[in-house]
Design a binder for this molecule. Sequence first.
Ligand SMILES: [Zn+2]
Length: 55
Amino acid sequence: MITMYYSCKDHIDIAMEEMVDETGMPPDLQLVNEAEKEERHCSFCNSEATYKISG
Ligand SMILES: [Zn+2]
């Protein structure tokens, strides 16, 4: 199962916690690239996403 969150700088801690809760594994953290930033928003607010967290 692939789970993914997008997060702004403010919500990265929450995103990491949610991911660990769901997968029980250390999450993989990546920066959202410039092209993707325009269409991705934080899963926890409406800010532009900075990080992509997958597990
Ligand atoms: Zn946010």
